[in-house]
Design a binder for this molecule. Structure first.
Ligand SMILES: [Zn+2]
Length: 249
């Protein structure tokens, strides 16, 4: 039974058809892991927590820097030098006291990932590099979990939802040579805060749709936008025969 307090708090989203009380209850029981507390992770975690996701785990060992502030406006000048996860957790608890917000002040790597990316309903990729995404892809596939990839550079971004069984392919299928060195990090190419936030909030909407059953998740389609040229398109993923990750073993 939802309390009168929560009925008032969540009244606007409970009104949404197919979201309703059951959707709110599902969010309350859910555990979402957010890997990265930067330009994607800050808005993603804020909106997941505020929507009523019962447990949110934040994984990041970074500290707030001056150059983060335009994309991560929740952080204050006074937070520079503090652990991002700690600051983000404080704000999320101030918004919703009683939420379960876990902070893991570690960088995700191949050794800790199987233990850290476990017992959750979905993982949100809020990292900024391909190696981390390949790792999330492998570990969540092995654990039978879905994940939502997000990436942004300059004024462009892309979002892909990977289903737990990878029926529509995986991130390894997409990356032609997972062993090759990737290029194109935000630190090199530049990025605008509002473009990153657009990606993060689309990832959150995917998570909410997945958890509540309100709307359908566009599994296995790469949604791409470039607000510099005002282009928007989607690409259907192709499951790669003999994929090192999701190919039949
Ligand atoms: Zn694959």
């Amino acid at each position: 039974m939802i309390s009168d307090h929560d009925l008032e708090r969540y009244s606007r989203q409970i009104l949404v058809p197919d979201f309703e009380l059951d959707g709110q209850a599902a969010l309350g029981e859910a555990h979402v892991i957010v890997v990265g507390c930067g330009g994607l992770g800050v808005p993603a975690a804020m909106y997941l927590g505020a929507a009523g996701v019962g447990t949110v785990t934040l994984i990041d060992d970074d500290r707030v820097e001056l150059s983060n502030l335009p994309r991560q406006p929740l952080f204050r000048v006074a937070d520079i030098g503090r652990l991002k996860g700690d600051v983000l957790r404080e704000h999320m608890l101030a918004n919703r006291p009683g939420a379960q917000i876990n902070v893991v002040a570690q960088r995700l790597d191949s050794l800790n990932a199987p233990a850290l990316l476990a017992n959750a309903d979905v993982v949100v990729d809020a990292t900024d590099n391909r190696e981390a995404r390949l790792l999330i892809d492998r570990v969540t596939f092995a654990a039978g979990m879905p994940w939502i990839m997000g990436a942004a550079t300059r004024l462009s971004g892309q979002i892909i939802a990977f289903d737990s069984a990878r029926d529509w392919g995986c991130y390894h299928c997409l990356v032609s040579d997972p062993g090759a060195q990737a290029t194109g990090k935000c630190a090199d190419l530049g990025v605008v805060g509002s473009a990153v936030a657009s990606v993060a909030l689309q990832q959150v909407t995917d998570v909410i749709k997945l958890l509540t059953g309100c709307g359908s998740v566009l599994w296995g389609e790469c949604r791409v936008f470039d607000d510099a040229t005002n282009e928007r398109f989607t690409l259907r993923l192709q499951k790669r025969v003999g994929c090192v990750n999701c190919g039949s073993k």
